[in-house]
Design a protein around this ligand. Structure first.
Ligand code: ADP
Length: 165
C-alpha cells in the first residue's frame, strides 16, 4: 500500500495494562499499522519484568488484533520509527502531570526530527488511575487487579507474588 500510515506506540509497558491496550485498540482504527514498541535501556536496571516477559505479555494481549505487532528496541525511538517507515508516535495522556512530561518529550523529538508527528490519545475516564507501577504495587499488596490488566499479565503478577512470599 502506498503511503501506509504507520504509528509506533513506544513505552516501558512494565507491564502492559488495560489502559495501554485501550490506546492500542483505538490506534488501530487510526493507522494502517501499529507497532507497540518496548523501548528499553539496559543501563537502567530497575525494571520489574524482563524485556522478553513484557513482549510476551503484549503479544498475548494483542493476539486478536489484526494490524498490530510488538517489537523491542534499545536506542532512540525515532531511529526505530525511521527504520520502520513510521511517521507517527502514539502516546496516551491520563492526567495533567502526563501532559508536562509528554510536552517536553514532544519538544525533544521535534528537535531530533521534524517529520515525526506525535499523536496523543486521551485515556478513558475509567483508566486514568491505571499505571504499570500502581498495578504492581496493588497486586503485591494482595489486591485483585484482574479487571485492570490483560489475563496473561494477571498470571505473571500472581506468579511474581508467589515468588516474593
Ligand atoms: P513510559 O515509561 O514511556 O511513560 P509507559 O509504559 O508508562 O511508558 O506508558 C506508555 C504510554 O502509555 C505513555 O504515553 C503513557 O502516558 C500511556 N499510558 C500509560 N498508562 C495509560 C493509561 N492507563 N491510559 C492511557 N494511556 C496510558
Amino acid at each position: 500500500m502506498a503511503n501506509k500510515r504507520i504509528g509506533v506506540y513506544p513505552g516501558s509497558f512494565d507491564p502492559i495494562t488495560n489502559g495501554h491496550l485501550d490506546i492500542i485498540k483505538r490506534a488501530t482504527k487510526l493507522f494502517d499499522e501499529v507497532i507497540v514498541l518496548v523501548a528499553y535501556n539496559s543501563s537502567k536496571a530497575n525494571n520489574r519484568f524482563t524485556v522478553k516477559e513484557r513482549v510476551e505479555m503484549i503479544n498475548d494481549a494483542i493476539k486478536g488484533l489484526k494490524n498490530v505487532r510488538c517489537e523491542a528496541y534499545e536506542g532512540l525511538t525515532i531511529s526505530f520509527a525511521k527504520k520502520n517507515h513510521a511517521n507517527f508516535l502514539i502516546r496516551g495522556l491520563r492526567v495533567v502531570s502526563d501532559f508536562d512530561y509528554e510536552w517536553s518529550l514532544a519538544a525533544s523529538n521535534e528537535f531530533i526530527d521534524h517529520d515525526i508527528e506525535m499523536v496523543f490519545l486521551m485515556a478513558k475516564k475509567e483508566n486514568t488511575f491505571i499505571s504499570s507501577s500502581n498495578i504492581l504495587e496493588l497486586s503485591l499488596m494482595g489486591v485483585d487487579v484482574s479487571k485492570l490488566v490483560p489475563p496473561k499479565v494477571n498470571e505473571y503478577l500472581l506468579n511474581k507474588n508467589k515468588k516474593s512470599k
